[in-house]
Write a protein that binds this ligand. Structure first.
Ligand code: NAP
Length: 246
């Protein structure tokens, strides 16, 4: 996989899947701009990446704000000359049954999970189109493909990410910019640790591989889409879920 010297922006890089994606890119010699809403966790990600000997930037930004996305992309392109890879990973949950869902919980999830992907895609694509080269990789979810009771906001946001992925793939294909999505199933991070034990047990029973995924299972799919093995792949959704959805 020849990714050495390329530059990447990863959102939601402070922990979980985002941090693991940063580490996998750094292992392949990629310069990584790690973006998160909180400074404290970013410092840990940055220290991990520096130990791998690649150039690193830690940038605090809220993906839901268009001006933050522009600032991050301008800074990365200014410092490193180009943006080769964008991984839209930042995401949140505010679960609840639809009859009781508050406007603020709907809006918060759509703003971060869907508008955040739009904001960073629009900002980074300006540079990728100019270079006639780029990879945009969006972290969706199986919830966006199959729905999930208690996650109307989250599933709608992730379904929206999948539609956005296909649309932007069509718009940018002629400029040699590919846009793909990964739909993880049940991955072991703080997000799933917050679920009640009963829900976790039930999830494990319906996963044919009988285990939760690890952040590295998702990071490996990112490396595939970022590298030359996926040169002719765009507008696709790769499900990484141990067989949950089939
Ligand atoms: P996580 O452990 O909660 O990490 C998410 C990271 O995103 C956190 O560092 C969080 O910062 C950051 N973030 C939240 N809002 C942000 C914002 N507005 N701007 C910038 N950064 C923000 O989640 P994860 O499990 O690693 O999930 C990563 C992605 O995978 C998400 O898109 C999620 O929907 C998706 N996914 C996860 C699973 C799973 O089973 N874990 C399954 C399918 C899809 P804070 O520390 O401040 O919260």
């Amino acid at each position: 996989m020849n990714l050495k010297g390329k530059s990447a922006i990863v959102t939601g890089a402070g922990r979980g899947i985002g941090r693991e994606i940063c580490a996998a890119l750094a292992d392949h010699g990629v310069k990584v701009a790690a973006v998160d809403i909180k400074d404290s966790l970013l410092a840990e990600t940055a220290a991990l990446l520096q130990s791998k000997g690649v150039e690193v930037k830690s940038l605090v930004a809220n993906v839901a704000r268009g001006e933050d996305a522009d600032k991050v992309c301008d800074e990365v392109a200014g410092a490193w000359g180009r943006i080769d890879i964008l991984v839209n990973n930042a995401g949140i949950t505010r679960d609840g049954l639809v009859l009781r869902m508050k406007d603020e919980d709907w809006n918060a999830v759509i703003d971060v999970n869907l508008k955040g992907v739009f904001n960073f895609t629009r900002s980074a694509a300006r540079f990728m189109v100019r270079e006639r080269s780029g990879r945009i990789i969006n972290i969706a979810s199986v919830s966006g493909l199959m729905g999930n009771a208690g996650q109307a906001n989250y599933a709608a946001s992730k379904g929206g990410v999948i539609a956005l992925t296909k649309t932007v793939a069509k718009e940018l294909a002629s400029r040699n910019v590919t846009v793909n999505a990964i739909a993880p199933g049940f991955i072991s991070t703080d997000m799933t640790a917050a679920l009640p034990e009963e829900v976790r047990k039930r999830m494990l029973e319906v996963i044919p591989m009988r285990r939760m995924g690890e952040p590295k299972d998702v990071a490996r799919a990112v490396i595939f889409f970022a590298g030359e093995l996926a040169d002719y792949v765009t507008g696709q959704v790769l499900v990484v879920d141990g067989g949950l959805l089939m």
